[in-house]
Write a protein that binds this ligand. Sequence first.
Ligand code: GDP
Length: 294
Amino acid sequence: MFQGLSDKLQETFKRLKGKGKLKEADVNEAMREVRVALLEADVNFKVVKDFVAKVKERSIGLDVLESLSPAQQVIKIVHEEMITLMGGATGKILIASKPPTVIMLIGLQGAGKTTHAAKLANMLNKQGKHPLLVACDIYRPAAIKQLQVLGEQLKLPVFSMGQESPVEIAKASLKHANSNGQDVVIIDTAGRLHINEELMGELRDIKTAVKPHEILLVVDAMTGQDAVNVAESFHKELGLDGVILTKLDGDTRGGAALSIKAVTGCTIKFAGMGEKMDAIEPFHPDRMASRILG
Ligand code: GDP
């Protein structure tokens, strides 16, 4: 994950540490390299600009350049600013005071919604909850089957009504959960290849019908800035409570992880780290930054 970015930044910092005392020009030179590394990692242009400006402003302060280990101080500032960039609360599902807690997963086709609906159910089940998985992706027949197979594998219930309207399925699932002692309802909605009004309309209708406590967007980290644009559009239309950034186990460059929060204001709550049912982690900006900076 983030290997290219990580290698480049570490090279820059190694050179900086080799210099001993730093001049303003040394910081500027290092920040030029940081800028290129971030842009090559597909981080949003404006995010990069603001990030570099902030690090520069803090680093060129007299205290830093006059300190005993100026390079270390600069690296520390980069680390802190990177955490701020990805920052915010992490990895928690807001549990409703009156059950069931309703979680609605949305996103484009192939992002990993169905997989992460099941992963979330598994995680919450391990925390002592009784989740119900709900199959609202009625357009892709395989999606219902996929959810049922995952439910069976995890020994967790799956609610489906075939090709019924997604709004009706979602409403009925809450009743079902209430009468069967399930305290978390996880709704797997349909995706599309691209955002369109039909998709948004359907999601809005489900939202209105079941008033989810959490609307989580599932986006594929491998898609870089597209993931950021998708997050921005969904947030504007539906109001997201958080993002699940998937496929971080793959060879992703870092653009999505480093830009989503800064561009959209949405917190990345969870990271998908593989296809297995336990491959989900709370997203920790501090650990992410440490991974990138080595
Ligand atoms: P959906 O169309 O959004 O419901 O997407 P799916 O849940 O069907 O996932 C699409 C593909 O991505 C499947 O082959 C999943 O196994 C795979 N996938 C989902 N999440 C991850 C992840 O975090 N890492 C990896 N490597 N693959 C994932």
